[in-house]
Design a protein around this ligand. Structure first.
Ligand code: FES
Length: 140
């Protein structure tokens, strides 16, 4: 099966993103779609269950969630420590803010990993930031 090919399951569209062995227990894995720099996602395997969230931290837009620190079912952004639930995407410390990570359905079948087909939405903060050559200095 070709990467990023789509399948339908229970009336939903899913995308083949990687093989099961690429997502190691307790370690984040980054998936990048070509359409846009906002189309990147972090996949985690915790106690052999998969979780998928946006790779872009809503705090300062760093593309580092896949390098985050896992504790229980949370991931902490390595930059400034905002911590998110992997089951809901919500910030676990409301004093830090209410912005959350988008969360996506994910499953594996026959050693292939599929995520819910993401829909590109350019976030509001980017409206004022020129993006040239697909790179943005605010990221990373
Ligand atoms: S960019 Fe993630 S906590 Fe600041």
């Amino acid at each position: 099966m070709e990467k990023f090919s789509e399948i339908t399951k229970e009336n939903k569209t899913f995308v083949y993103i990687c093989n099961s062995d690429e997502v190691k227990e307790g370690k984040g894995f980054k998936i990048t779609f070509e359409q846009d720099i906002d189309m990147q996602f972090a996949v985690f395997r915790i106690k052999n269950r998969l979780y998928c969230v946006s790779n872009i931290c809503p705090h300062r837009h760093a593309t580092k969630i896949f390098e985050g620190i896992i504790k229980g079912l949370t991931v902490t952004c390595p930059l400034h420590g905002w911590t998110y639930s992997l089951t809901t995407g919500e910030n676990t410390n409301k004093q830090q803010g209410i912005k959350k990570l988008n969360k996506y359905e994910i499953f594996e079948e026959n050693n292939l990993v599929f995520m819910e087909k993401p829909i590109l939405k350019i976030p509001k903060w980017r409206e004022d930031v020129p993006i040239e050559t697909g790179k943005n200095p605010i990221f990373d």
